[in-house]
Design a binder for this molecule. Sequence first.
Ligand code: FAD
Length: 311
Amino acid sequence: MAAVTVIGAGVVGLSVAHEFADAGHDVTVVHAPPDPLDASPLAGAVWFPYGVGLDPDTLAWSQRTRARLEELADVPGTGVVCRRGTYVERVPDADRSWCIDLPGYTEVAAGNLPSGARSAFQAVLPVVDMPRYLAWLRERCVGRGVGFRVERLDAESVAALRGPVVVAAGLRSAALVSDDSPPFPTRGQVVRVRNAGLTDWYIDEHHPDGMVYVIPRLDDVVCGGTADEGDWNTDVDPAAEHAILDRAAKVVPAVAGLPIVSRGAGARPSRDGIRLGRVGDDVYACYGHGGAGVSLSWGSAEAIVRLVLRG
Ligand SMILES: Cc1cc2nc3c(=O)[nH]c(=O)nc-3n(C[C@H](O)[C@H](O)[C@H](O)COP(=O)(O)OP(=O)(O)OC[C@H]3O[C@@H](n4cnc5c(N)ncnc54)[C@H](O)[C@@H]3O)c2cc1C
């Protein structure tokens, strides 16, 4: 098979490159220099298909990804761990279609629900320490012979590339291939505090004071968050940070007063549906994963690789 080019070295592009290389192909990843709009380093990241439509494809990709992340939790150095946590629901008829066969799945008793919540459950989900995971994934690609080149491409240069090309450039993919429904940012801000032994995650997306999640990684705890559609601003807002920490400490008192170790703001690559498929002569798309790119990474990578190899 001809050489394959993957554009983008976020979690999606690296997973696609890995799958092509595993199938024995000659892969080059082309990516722009690091940029605040790169979503992957900022992700929490807990396995949970947030901010994407739960259609049958998405659900299948999420299940495949969970299975693969669970396997990686047993591999030293990946940055993946499986951790128990609590997911709070406040909307009527919350969609639990993504909860198929979750390990440790238990309903929280009505008497133990947070104030105003309609329901909640606990489960054991993969939690991914993204800086470690991205470094591991890249190394694994290099070990499989994947080449890397730093270059900011444009639509003209993409059209000139030979062989199958997969555009996995997240939010900025529409600069590379025409798209009637281009990705748009959903801004998210996080603040990370030192991890003083916390292990359980907590998500309350519709908390009356604003979205709140607390995700203990290996050395730190990611506290979030915000979700502002159409906002490209990647500067940290101190007032928003204060409010995030306040909400986090209310739902998980153990994070109160812990030293801040880092902070960040960026953009989920939202779109009216993930774009996965052929978009031109030998040009394919795999982007628009919104707030779930980590949670869908392996499943969508396997899907696009199958499609390309079918021709
Ligand atoms: C605050 C926050 C929290 C999140 N939490 C979670 C979570 O808990 N779980 C979860 O599953 N997801 C989460 N997400 C979403 C997740 O981060 C994204 O869906 C995912 O990272 C998208 O990956 P990607 O590879 O498509 O894009 P990116 O990571 O943005 O990578 C894009 C790549 O394309 C390259 N590129 C762009 N333009 C060009 C160009 N012109 N030429 C060459 N290369 C180019 C860039 O250099 C980069 O390598 C979160 C996101 C945010 C912002």
